[in-house]
Structure formats: structure tokens, C-alpha cells
Write a protein that binds this ligand. Structure first.
Ligand code: 5GP
Length: 201
């Protein structure tokens, strides 16, 4: 199953996704393409595929993205190849923005949409300032965008309020596990059990 995890900048979704990837088996991360500069803590192919503007535009032209968007002045997109390759290995987590989530919704029928909310605007402001990643202008842009993006939450299947990271991770893990137990998700396993009943007659 594809799990689309969306939330405003600074809501903690990247830390949340990392924690869940470490805690749960058979969960993959869909690595996005981006034109933004690599941060010192990041690694090519693990956090993002870092590409130039022209490379990104070429991928758009070739229609190789499932979704893409401009976020805070940079391009971000999820390739079809990444979804096919990683999705074949198990559950797949997409950490994407609201615009991307809307595109996935219109293109992929079977996906679970999860919106991560910060506990309050004040806390979001504190977190974005505290991570020291952005200059004053960029902080203001992220906060302005957050105020608009937050209105999208009613279109999502699940909401997680990320007050405490561990609690939020447990909630995300519970959503993934409960989706695995749905009739639709485990038809093969059920069929094997049912077959075993008739084999013994
Ligand atoms: P950051 O630059 O802080 O890693 O990410 C900025 C924003 O871009 C985050 O909200 C993140 O979820 C979003 N993002 C990351 N990858 C993708 C993607 O492939 N598609 C879209 N639409 N948004 C993405």
C-alpha cells in the first residue's frame, strides 16, 4: 500500500517517517527528486535524488513523475520508477507536500492519505526557527505557506497531531499495521488459510 504523508514545513514529518522506517519491517521510503541544494546531513539517493533544473524539466517532459510540485522555490517530484521499484518490496511511504498529495489522489486509487499537524502555530514557528536551516525571509515564507496548506486537512484519511514524536510515530505505525489487516490488503493470506480448511476434508 502507498501511504502519502503530508504536512506543513516544520511539522516533523521527516523525523516521523525516519522513526517509523526504523521501527517497522517491510516499509520503504520513496526517495524524491529535487532541485534544492543538498544539506550537510543529507545523502544522495537516501534523502533525495539531487538534480539540476534542466534534468528535472526533462523528467517532467518525459512524463516520468507520478506527481511534482514547486515547493519554496524548488522543484520536488516522485518518479513512477521509484514507486514501482520500492512499492514492489512492501508498503511505501511518500513524504510530499499538499499539492503533490492532491495529484497522487487523482492518479492512484489505492493509497492512504495522512496529514501531520503541528500542535499549534506557535510551536511550528518555534520549530522552524529552531532548526536553523532557513534565513528570516525563508522562515516567513514557510509560515505563510503553512497557514494556507493547513486548510487541506479535511481531505485526508487520517490526522496525526505531532506533539510528541514517539506518540506520533506509534500512531503512524498503527495506521500502517491496521491497513495491512484490512480484508482488501491480505486476500492472498486469507485464501491460503481458507484453502487449508478444505485440504483436510
Ligand atoms: P525539504 O526541502 O524541507 O526536504 O522539503 C520541503 C517540502 O517538500 C516538504 O513539505 C516535503 O514534504 C516536500 N517534498 C519532498 N519531496 C517531495 C515530492 O517528491 N513531491 C512533492 N510534491 N513534495 C515533496
Amino acid at each position: 500500500m502507498i501511504f502519502v504523508i503530508t504536512g506543513t514545513s516544520g511539522c516533523g514529518k521527516t523525523s516521523l517517517v525516519r522513526l517509523v522506517l526504523g521501527n517497522l519491517k517491510d516499509v520503504q521510503f520513496a526517495v524524491s527528486h529535487t532541485t534544492r541544494e543538498m544539506r550537510s546531513s543529507e545523502e544522495e539517493g537516501r534523502d533525495y535524488y539531487f538534480v539540476s533544473d534542466s534534468e528535472f524539466k526533462q523528467i517532467i517532459k518525459e512524463e516520468k513523475f507520478v506527481e511534482w510540485a514547486t515547493v519554496h522555490g524548488n522543484y520536488y517530484g516522485t518518479s513512477r520508477r521509484e514507486i514501482e521499484k520500492k512499492g514492489a518490496l512492501g508498503d511505501l511511504l511518500l513524504d510530499i507536500d499538499v499539492q503533490g498529495a492532491h495529484q497522487v489522489k487523482s492518479r492512484i486509487k489505492k493509497a492512504v492519505f495522512i496529514f501531520i499537524l503541528p500542535p499549534s502555530f506557535q510551536e511550528l514557528q518555534r520549530r522552524i526557527k529552531g532548526r536553523g536551516q532557513d534565513d528570516a525571509g525563508s522562515i516567513q515564507t514557510r509560515l505563510d505557506v503553512a497557514c494556507k496548506e493547513i486548510r487541506a486537512y479535511p481531505g485526508f484519511d487520517y490526522i496525526i497531531i505531532n506533539d510528541q514524536l514517539d506518540k506520533a510515530a506509534k500512531e503512524l505505525e498503527s495506521i500502517i499495521i491496521s491497513t495491512r489487516c484490512k480484508l482488501e490488503s491480505c486476500k492472498k493470506e486469507i485464501a491460503a488459510v481458507i484453502r487449508s480448511f478444505s485440504e483436510d476434508e
